[in-house]
Write a protein that binds this ligand. Structure first.
Ligand SMILES: *[C@@H]1O[C@H](CO)[C@@H](O)[C@H](O)[C@H]1NC(C)=O
Ligand SMILES: *[C@@H]1O[C@H](CO)[C@@H](O)[C@H](O)[C@H]1NC(C)=O
Ligand SMILES: *[C@@H]1O[C@H](CO)[C@@H](O)[C@H](O)[C@H]1NC(C)=O
Length: 598
């Protein structure tokens, strides 16, 4: 009896197993082996550590269990969560209609992943490729039901005709290739903002085509060359051109925008590339004016220095008075303040040297002579250097006191909005009255390019580079890059890319390689040269130097002579008054004596 029960149990168990196998895995063990070896091969081609399985039940389910990778099963066809798992994911789909992903995040993150589709029945592989390419998914391969016999993998080749390549399981040809490495002349839709020197348009003399150059345009041009694509350049003439390009990229009307978007404005990281340029974002401030020559003399009269000279003068006078007779006998205020030897000595004039001077007196004369040489050469050097290069008026020290320098900051509205949106602390320090906001972006840039002195400007470090270079041709620099007045010392500038751009990774890779090779630096250093070549900037002095810079005129020092004249007149008056008083006193004396004698 017990034997019978055990036997029945065994039979029941194995039949259940058999049923289980044939019911759930309605595929031959042979097919499963083949699929398993395909999956192993794909893992060798490019490593994956996660499988994402769409569909209810097919050969992939049983095979995936044999592989030592984690598997995510999505039988409903769409994840209800964001894809937070590994990016090294292979997507398996039990049929071309099984993957109906609606989760946006997951779609974006898994756009470039490899997909293997199991085809049931009569589905044609090339229609599968088309169906996926409509969804902008290009890394597709399919196997049919008879895979165990045919050993054929149908790999989609987007740019080839026919769009299918049959790869045998035993072939060494790769199943998945980077298709966008050669785009076979397919167009890339772009539009350039034409804000020099980032992108500049010109007509090629040989072919008569319109082309772009500049350090952003060159990046896109070289990319198109590299992937063998053609550039379809849309020319927009609009004063809100940057905003329009960003809008078109967002609406998927453009693939790549030839412009730069700053980290201040960036709303979606998924419509821009890797940061292309890392730079600072500061004010471009006018170089403060030089002091006029007629104020230079007043500049060098420093009250403290004058005070020290006066104290020195008094000390020397006292010493001279004492050491002449070695007594304080002659000490009086008049002798100290009107000491002619000390005065003449300090002014570097000659003065009588006593014949039998004592050693102490000689020592004091030596000190006097030394002080005189120091003082005279110091003031001489001071004055002459200021006359050759007058000192400047003070520079703007902080964002708050921009208003006190009579120059407002001209800014495009787009940049103002970006700064407000990011709650930039420096921007909040600026008073609203000190800002002049322009809706028309190219207009501000035009004023800035012309070095118009009506405003101060805002500029990024990369753009400043060519301004600085241009200024080397000027007689005198007009603007300087205020490194203390920066909204940000590190901003990222990225190229806007369409959200579902399937070759985004190639573009990022290309960009980084251009940096590595030093091309970006080279393009940037050449930008001024390009601008001059394309007649976008004149190679001339825009600093509008004054034709005649007046040096010191007799007019400027006439006030000194006038004061001198007034002082002399005052002296004469005093002298006359003194004589008058003396004569009056004498007459009174004389009269008194006459009265006494009578
Ligand atoms: C994935 O990440 C997002 C945001 O970080 C989070 O909201 C979501 O819950 C995560 N999903 C899973 C399945 O962990
Ligand atoms: C901006 O930042 C300041 C302090 O840094 C904070 O007090 C203020 O609430 C912020 N404003 C916004 C709109 O985030
Ligand atoms: C500078 O800009 C102001 C205001 O836009 C304009 O009136 C002035 O003519 C410009 N100056 C020069 C030299 O172009």
């Amino acid at each position: 009896m017990a034997w019978l029960i055990i036997l029945l149990l065994c039979v029941g168990n194995s039949s259940a197993r058999f049923l289980d196998y044939s019911y759930i895995h309605n595929s031959s063990p042979h097919l499963e082996d083949r699929v398993f070896s395909l999956l192993v091969r794909l893992q060798l081609e490019q490593f994956y550590d996660t499988l994402l399985l769409y569909g209810d039940d097919c050969v992939f389910h049983s095979t995936s269990r044999r592989l030592n990778v984690s598997t995510v099963l999505v039988s409903s066809g769409s994840c209800n969560f964001d894809w937070n798992f590994s990016s090294l994911t292979l997507i398996l789909s039990c049929g071309p209609e099984e993957e109906n992903e609606t989760n946006y995040e997951t779609l974006v993150k898994l756009q470039l992943n490899r997909r293997l589709v199991y085809l049931l029945g009569v589905t044609k592989p090339h229609s599968v490729c088309e169906r996926y390419s409509q969804k902008e998914q290009y890394n597709i391969a399919a196997i049919a039901e008879d895979f165990d016999r045919s050993k054929t993998i149908y790999a989609c080749r987007h740019f080839k005709d026919p769009n299918i390549e049959e790869v045998s399981l035993l072939d060494s040809k790769p199943v998945f290739i980077e298709q966008f490495r050669n785009m076979q002349g397919k167009p890339i839709r772009t539009a350039a903002d034409l804000l020099s020197p980032r992108s500049m348009i010109y007509v090629d003399a040989k072919t008569g085509e319109r082309k772009t150059t500049g350090y952003v345009a060159n990046l896109v041009n070289t990319f198109a060359q590299r992937v063998n694509a053609t550039l379809e350049l849309e020319v927009l003439a609009n004063k809100l051109i940057v905003k329009e390009i960003l809008g078109m990229v967002e609406n998927e009307q453009l693939d790549i925008g030839i412009t730069l978007e700053s980290s201040f404005r960036m709303t979606f990281i998924d419509i821009s590339s890797y940061p292309y340029i890392l730079t600072s974002y500061c004010l471009m401030v006018q170089v403060p004016a030089k002091l006029p020559y007629n104020l230079v003399y007043a500049m060098i009269i420093d009250p403290l220095v004058l005070g020290i000279i006066f104290v020195l003068f008094c000390l020397l006078s006292v010493l001279l008075i004492y050491s002449q007779k070695m007594s304080w006998q002659d000490l009086s205020l008049a002798n100290i303040l009107l000491n002619d030897k000390s005065l003449r000595g300090l002014l570097g004039q000659s003065f009588p040297f006593p014949l039998n001077a004592s050693k102490k007196l000689r020592l004091i004369f030596t000190i006097l002579c030394f002080a005189s040489i120091m003082l005279n050469t110091m003031y001489d050097a001071y004055l002459q250097s200021y006359f050759t290069n007058p000192p400047s008026e003070p520079e703007i020290g902080s964002f708050e006191d921009i208003g006190s320098y009579n120059r407002r900051i001209a800014m495009p509205a787009l940049e103002v909005n970006g700064l407000i949106k990011t709650n930039n602390s420096h921007f909040r320090e600026i008073r609203v009255e000190d800002l002049e906001i322009f809706d028309n972006m190219p207009e501000v840039y035009k004023l800035r390019d012309d070095f118009n002195l009506s405003y101060n400007y805002v500029v990024t470090g990369d753009r400043w580079r060519s301004y600085a270079e241009l200024q080397t041709f000027f007689k005198e620099p007009v603007f300087y890059y205020a490194r203390d007045l920066c909204f940000s010392r590190l901003i990222f500038l990225s190229v806007p890319l369409r959200r579902h751009l399937p070759y985004r990774h190639l573009f990022d890779e290309h960009m980084m390689q251009q940096h590595e090779f030093g091309f970006v630096n080279y393009w940037m250093s050449h930008s001024l040269f390009d601008m001059v070549r394309l007649d976008l900037t004149p190679l001339k002095d825009l600093s509008r130097p004054l034709a005649y810079t007046p040096s010191l005129l007799m007019d400027d020092i006439s006030w000194i002579l006038k004061i001198y004249l007034a002082a002399v007149v005052l002296c004469v008056l005093c002298f006359l008054l003194e004589i008058g008083v003396d004569m009056w006193k004498r007459r009174m004396n004389f009269r008194n004596q006459q009265v006494l004698s009578t």
